[in-house]
Design a binder for this molecule. Structure first.
Ligand code: GAL
Length: 454
């Protein structure tokens, strides 16, 4: 086989992403911990418990694995409830621990990207109204200032809020996340407060650390009309995508927040991103459905021939990554893929998912778009929110009881990609032969001598 390789720029960041509550363990002072104690909230009654024991020190062995496998960056998040256990009271031991973890990452060659808010909230903050209270903007700014003041010498890449849309819809409309759903009005209120909190946080970071690079991790869900010929399906797809995908990024780009027919101007939120963080997982078909008021009278589903993850949660749709990148590129900022991944305990679909998605990222790079890095979700299996431990996203498998880690074959593939700073025909032939033709359409799996003979 003639070797071909899709090569990335020399300073490209290759990493994995994690979030505090999903990996640290014993996060007893936030709303998710309380939520997990309630009957029926988490699949199979699972709890985060000790998670991956990062707080107890196992971050070190996981970072070592990542670094040995050629990664040069890691995205992690800080647990607000540890840093500020009571309003205005700072736990300096917790901050010290985060310094140690972040320094540990740097020492083994992983550039840190740090998220300030990844779904979880201190209990005191929720008791005072959480994201529906207007004071959240001040609270988030105060927390930002403290953290950035303490960590600016170690961290250059900051994410203020992870997936405002997923957090908003799950928490304030659908109810999969605490506080357990509400109404369109509450969703709007939470989202607008996130726009304002992000803007305040962005400006404070730059005041303290002018050279910092700050963004949001935006979740983009690919959506195609179920029936292309149906004007109604086309209209609702467009509406669902605009509401879910576009409202937040538009607001922090233009300063105009527009959602579900309401519009507000927040000039302080205009141009408050230095890079565009993109989380992409999958693409769905969308149709009109009167029975789905909480989904804005739309219904998303995967087609019968989709290449689905074992829990039917994610369809392997790399074309959607390309669309997501085109969309992100439209914001005119450097792009980091801040999450991309698939749940797959058996590692059956992960290798082809990984290779196919990396190939789409390369296409964007090849157009000279400013794609700066790629963070796979995730390094090791971790607590998957309302789906508990039933979904496994890790390059490394975790035995939750013994804390033993076992390498999946996708870890080998990702290590080869990171070390080569590219994706080659040889890698795809060995790890994801089913995707070979779509990834390298011009190449042949056969050896040249076989080709001549045939
Ligand atoms: C994202 C989220 C992560 C992780 C991932 C896999 O929405 O930011 O925390 O759970 O999905 O489902």
């Amino acid at each position: 086989m003639i070797e071909a390789i899709y090569t990335f720029p020399s300073n490209f960041l290759w990493g994995t992403a994690t979030a505090s509550h999903q990996v640290e363990g014993e996060n007893t002072n936030n709303d998710w911990w309380l939520w997990e104690q309630e009957l029926g909230r988490i699949r199979n009654g699972h709890r985060s418990g000790k998670a991956c024991e990062w707080w107890a020190g196992r971050w070190k062995e996981d970072f070592d694995r990542a670094a040995t496998d050629g990664q040069n960056a890691h995205r992690l998040s800080l647990e607000w409830s540890r840093i500020e256990p009571m309003p205005g009271q700072w736990d300096h031991n917790a901050i010290e621990r985060y310094r140690e973890i972040i320094k540990g990452a740097i020492d083994c060659g992983l550039k840190p990207m740090v998220t300030l808010h990844h779904f979880t909230n201190p209990i005191w903050m929720v008791e005072q109204g959480g994201w529906l209270a207007d004071e959240i903007v001040e609270w988030f700014e105060r927390y930002t200032r403290l953290v950035v003041g303490e960590l600016a010498d170690l961290v250059e890449l900051w994410i203020t809020i992870n997936e405002p849309n997923v957090f908003g819809y799950e928490g304030f409309l659908n109810g999969g996340f605490p506080p357990g759903g509400g109404s369109m009005r509450e969703l709007y209120q939470a989202m607008r407060n996130m726009v304002l909190a992000h803007a305040a946080s962005y400006h404070s970071i730059h005041e303290i650390q002018p050279e910092a690079s700050v963004g949001v991790a935006h979740h983009y869900r690919g959506m195609n009309p179920a029936r292309m010929w149906s004007p109604l399906d086309r209209w609702v797809t467009n509406f669902r995508s605009r509401t879910f995908n576009d409202s937040f990024p538009q607001a922090v780009s233009t300063g105009q927040f527009h959602m579900m027919g309401r519009r507000e101007r927040f000039p302080q939120a205009a141009n408050t991103q230095d890079f565009f963080g993109l989380n992409y997982y999958t693409t769905e078909r969308v149709t009109f459905d009167l029975r789905k008021p909480t989904e804005l009278f739309t219904r998303g589903f995967f087609p019968p021939d989709a290449d689905l993850s074992p829990g039917d949660f994610i369809a392997n749709e790399p074309a959607g990554m390309w669309k997501a990148l085109q969309w992100a590129h439209g914001f005119g900022l450097p792009i980091y893929i801040t999450e991309n991944g698939v749940e797959d305990a058996e590692d059956r679909i992960r290798p082809r998912y990984l290779a196919s998605h990396v190939r789409e990222v390369w296409r964007a790079v090849n157009f000279n778009w400013y794609v700066r890095g790629y963070f796979w979700w995730s390094l090791v299996d971790n607590f998957e929110w309302e789906r508990g431990w039933t979904q496994r996203f890790g390059l490394w498998e975790l035995d939750v009881e013994t804390q033993e880690r076992r390498r999946r074959s996708s870890a080998d593939l990702y290590a080869e990609i990171c070390k080569a700073n590219g994706l080659s025909t040889d890698m795809v032939a060995r790890f994801a032969p089913q995707a070979f033709r779509s990834i390298f359409p011009g190449a042949s799996l056969e050896k040249p001598e076989d080709q001549i003979a045939s």
